[in-house]
Design a protein around this ligand. Structure first.
Ligand code: DX5
Length: 226
């Protein structure tokens, strides 16, 4: 039984002067949850959302929020993003030397733990902590900016992660991809085994609008499943 397809917008391309309205429009458009790309200017060369920005937007959407923590010291910030209303926290494996402890802390804070790996990071340590995970994010761009080109060589990595998680007895763990996901790239990621698909630029620029974009991306991803 395959996990349901989830279409998740990144609000990175949204109008930062009207983020609450953007969240309401995304909710209306039928997204499954909303991803906040949290960047600290150190782990990635960009600076974005503090917890207060997310807290201010919480009331404008009913769908879950997830914080994609592209930050050097995630352990110092976990509680702030949970208090801001994020149901899931995604930490980068590259930013903590005690990943098992960090994921356990997220669970203790009442949020869902997830881990992200950059294109060059192997998936081995992720499988070691699968018992603490609700989701694994395979980056399909180098993190820091939206609008980058999808790295299709990540598809074998997605396939291998799905195989290893299933083999280890964790078929219920979601696999998310993020970066360059559009109507022309989503099929490859879905066919490889990703069931949670983050789209920023392609969704916000969708010619027929957000609602059609969510619907079309979902049907392409569903049709691509082997
Ligand atoms: C990279 C960001 C982006 C963003 C989506 O650090 O995580 O991947 O969410 O960007 P698009 O969909 O515009 O490539």
């Amino acid at each position: 039984m395959s996990l349901p397809i989830q279409i998740v917008p990144s609000v990175l391309p949204a109008d930062f002067s009207a983020l609450g309205a953007a969240c309401a429009a995304l909710d209306e458009a039928g997204v499954d949850k909303i991803q906040w790309d949290v960047m600290d200017g150190h782990f990635v060369p960009n600076l974005t959302f503090g917890p207060d920005v997310i807290a201010a937007c919480r009331q404008h959407a009913d769908v879950p929020f997830e914080a994609h923590l592209m930050v050097e010291r995630p352990d110092d910030l976990l509680h702030l993003y949970v208090e801001a209303g994020c149901e899931m926290l995604i930490v980068h494996a590259e930013t903590t030397s005690h990943l098992h402890r960090t994921l356990g802390r997220i669970r203790d804070l009442g949020s869902q733990p997830a881990v992200a790996v950059n294109p060059s990071t192997p998936i081995d340590e992720v499988v070691q902590v699968a018992d603490l995970l609700d989701m694994v994010l395979i980056m399909t761009v180098n993190p820091g900016f939206g609008g980058q080109k999808y790295i299709s060589t990540m598809e074998p990595k997605i396939r291998e992660l799905r195989r290893q998680l299933n083999e280890a007895g964790f078929p219920e763990i979601d696999i998310e991809v993020d970066g360059g996901i559009s109507a022309s790239t989503i099929a490859g990621a879905s066919a490889a085994g990703a069931n949670v698909l983050v789209s920023g630029s392609a969704l916000f620029k969708y010619p027929e609008g957000l609602g059609h974009g969510v619907k079309d991306l979902r049907s392409i991803a569903e049709a691509a499943r082997t």
